[in-house]
Design a protein around this ligand. Structure first.
Ligand SMILES: Nc1ncnc2c1ncn2[C@@H]1O[C@H](COP(=O)(O)OP(=O)(O)OP(=O)(O)O)[C@@H](O)[C@H]1O
Length: 662
């Protein structure tokens, strides 16, 4: 038979030994509830048997090997509430809390397994019907013991309580004065995780504490489902704060009655021991409980937080992981149990199970969970009061500072040239060098910045200049073409252009000069000027400029306009000129200088009497060509200047500077 569990045994005795400063495992007690009336009615089988005070035997139905689990104590269904209280060692836990330790008792198990019953007894059977004292749970029994113990201590002790629930991942104050609202969980170095603005109530009697418990229980969320008629839908944490008082508080001295339940400043947190009772909501399979809607949401939230708790417990088992990160922040529950599980607290877990065969899968899961939990250790330590902590903290700080001082001195010594053996000249050189390099880089950077901005302004100037020159070129080309057209042989009647902007029509090998209907027809071939790239343009040119093409190739050697296109780039194929190619002033200049232009066109009918000599043709044409050439040169040089040269101080001349006169 396989046996799992703790070799340590009796939780009460373990706790009595005084765990302070030692690695202390979480104490686990297992409680098996009796078969419920419903389970008995259904004739369900019991699969659990206690074999000895600390071993539980599981006999799976339908055969298979038995399993045995070993815990600090195993309590079967016949054990009373008082038995559970005694066997679990909660009293020892209370003693430790009185000594200033932070102690936690939590119940864990499937829904309907008896967690709430174990901690607080059964729910009242009706309004005003008190629960018999024999059925009171661990909490009421501990309260009675504690208040009695404190009264016999002989030193003043302040007792306070807070009670909260974690419902759907929200922390709600079960003792709030108004309706509870979600409270934030915060963390700081001294307190660890804590709930901000949680009401902490001071009490001076058992009745007052019982009243607080009843208030909380009545406010806590519960619902009915298939497996439990009063199923808790939240995790509930009731914490008792126990602090030994050094001097009476002023309000207590003035008004002894306020000792009953005086409100405590919510920001103030009691220093001293703590005893926390955690009633976890039960894990549940929604298929088994038949939870729908809100119940299902609650069940999901419960299961998620229990999963996070299980995950933390698993990680805490690994001693290497324990030193590193445990994801306590994954849920509110793990945050608030962080200290109990992995910190300085002392923890007791009461695992609750049902004996029914129907619940076996969940029971096995609880047993495994509990087995793991009892291998988790904490290192219990009482938090020191600030006053007691002060000298010790100062002493530690002084030691730390001394050590740091020594370390820094030794590091400084290593840097000292005399000690480290590095020659002083080299150190000085290195320092100077670094500093010098830094300075140089900064100067270089500054210089480059200036140069960049100069280049940018130079580029802008060049662009402006280029634009103006391009306009001038365009204007000159226009005039030139007008002048040329005066000398072209007559091909037929050229309709006068009604447009006043342009005195003569141009060849449609060039862009139309205006948008008037006449200008949109080529005056030479009468083709509409739908596009500037007229396929006949090369035939027009000799008519304008003579029998030779601009590039010097005899026109007779050129392919006819209707010839099939030759492959681009081939040697035989004359390069197709782009629009800009045709408007290049160099080409025009070549044409104009090589060919004798004979003015044969009729005079412009619409030209004004004082028309410029250019428009009258003849000698003006070479002059225009020269001017175009000069403009082109100027554009080229302005572009080159813009690309490569930083502007000189005198480069702010107007873009038209240096143009030959028209
Ligand atoms: N040891 C016991 N003896 C008699 N009745 C018990 C015992 N344990 C539990 N019960 C009964 O079983 C039912 C379920 O118990 P309880 O509400 O405590 O379960 P639970 O684990 O807290 O469930 P949940 O997680 O849903 O809140 C209750 O009616 C309770 O009175």
């Amino acid at each position: 038979m396989e046996e799992r569990g703790s070799p340590d045994g009796d939780p009460a005795r373990n706790l009595e030994q005084g765990p302070e400063g030692r690695e202390t495992p979480i104490q686990v007690v297992l409680r098996v509830r009796p078969m419920s009336a419903v389970e008995l009615r259904r004739g369900e089988q019991s699969v659990l048997r206690c074999s000895g005070a600390r071993t539980l035997q599981v006999s799976p139905p339908g055969g298979g090997p038995d399993l045995a689990f070993r815990f600090g104590a195993v309590l079967d269904g016949a054990r009373t509430q008082e038995d559970v209280f005694r066997a679990s060692g909660v009293r020892q836990l209370g003693e430790l809390a009185l000594r200033g330790l932070s102690c936690t008792v939590f119940t864990f198990g499937q829904t309907g397994s008896g967690k709430t019953y174990t901690l607080t007894g059964p729910p009242p059977q009706g309004e005003g019907v008190p629960v018999p004292p024999s059925l009171a749970g661990i909490m009421q029994r501990t309260f009675t013991w504690l208040v009695d113990r404190v009264q016999h201590l002989g030193v003043p002790v302040t007792l306070q309580a807070s009670y909260l629930e974690i419902y759907n991942e929200q922390v709600l104050d079960l003792l709030s004065l108004g309706s509870p609202r979600p409270l934030p969980v915060r963390w700081n170095k001294t307190r660890g995780f804590y709930v901000e603005q949680l009401r902490v109530v001071e009490f001076g009697s058992l009745e007052a504490l019982m009243e607080l418990l009843q208030i909380g229980l009545s406010r806590r969320r519960s619902s009915a489902h298939t497996l439990n008629q009063a199923s808790s839908r939240s995790h509930a944490l009731l914490t008792l704060y126990i602090s030994r008082q050094t001097k009476p508080r002023p309000h207590q001295a003035r008004n002894p009655q306020s000792q009953q339940m005086p409100p405590v400043d919510p920001g103030e947190h009691p220093v001293g021991g703590k005893l926390c009772f955690v009633d976890l909501a039960g894990s549940e399979k929604v298929a088994a409980t038949g939870s729908r809607g809100e119940l299902m949401l609650e069940a999901n939230s419960i299961n998620r937080s229990l999963l996070a708790l299980g995950h933390c417990i698993s990680l805490l088992l690994d001693p290497r992981r324990k030193q590193s990160h445990i994801p306590f922040r994954d849920s509110k529950l793990t945050k608030l149990l962080a200290d109990s599980l992995g910190g300085r607290g002392v923890t007791l877990m009461v695992a609750c199970v049902s004996p029914s065969a129907q619940c076996l899968p969940e029971t096995l899961s609880t047993l495994r969970y509990a087995s793991r939990a009892q291998r988790v250790t904490t290192r219990p330590q009482a938090p020191k009061s600030p006053a007691a902590e002060q000298p010790q903290r100062l002493e530690t700080e002084i030691l730390q500072l001394r050590a740091e001082n020594r370390l820094l001195r030794s590091q400084l010594g290593q840097m000292d040239p005399k000690v480290s053996g590095v020659s002083g000249t080299r150190v000085a050189w290195a320092q100077r060098n670094l500093y010098g390099m830094l300075q140089e880089f900064m100067l270089e950077n500054e210089r480059l910045r200036k140069e960049k901005s100069q280049l940018q302004s130079s580029r802008d100037l060049a662009r402006d200049e280029q634009r103006v020159l391009a306009q001038q070129v365009q204007e000159l080309e226009r005039r030139l073409l007008s002048a040329c057209s005066l000398h072209q042989p007559r091909l037929g009647p050229v309709p006068p252009c009604p447009c006043v902007m342009v005195p003569a029509p141009s060849c449609h090998a060039l862009p139309p000069l205006c948008s008037c209907p006449s200008c949109r027809l080529c005056p030479l071939c009468r083709a509409p000027l739908a596009h500037w790239a007229c396929p006949w343009r090369e035939l027009h040119l000799p008519r304008v400029f003579g029998p030779k093409a601009p590039d010097g190739m005899p026109l007779s050697a050129r392919p006819p306009p209707c010839a099939p296109p030759c492959s681009p780039g081939s040697a035989k194929c004359p390069r197709e000129r782009s629009h800009s190619g045709w408007t290049e002033t160099r080409v025009l200049a070549e044409i104009l200088t090589e060919e004798e232009v004979v003015p044969s066109a009729p005079p412009l009918p619409l030209g004004p009497p004082n028309t410029s000599p250019v428009l009258r043709g003849g000698a003006a044409v070479p002059k225009l060509a020269r001017r175009l050439e000069a403009l082109r040169d100027q554009i080229g040089s302005s572009l080159r200047r813009g690309r490569s040269q930083p502007p000189s101080s005198g480069s702010k001349a107007s873009p038209g500077r240096g143009l030959p006169p028209c």
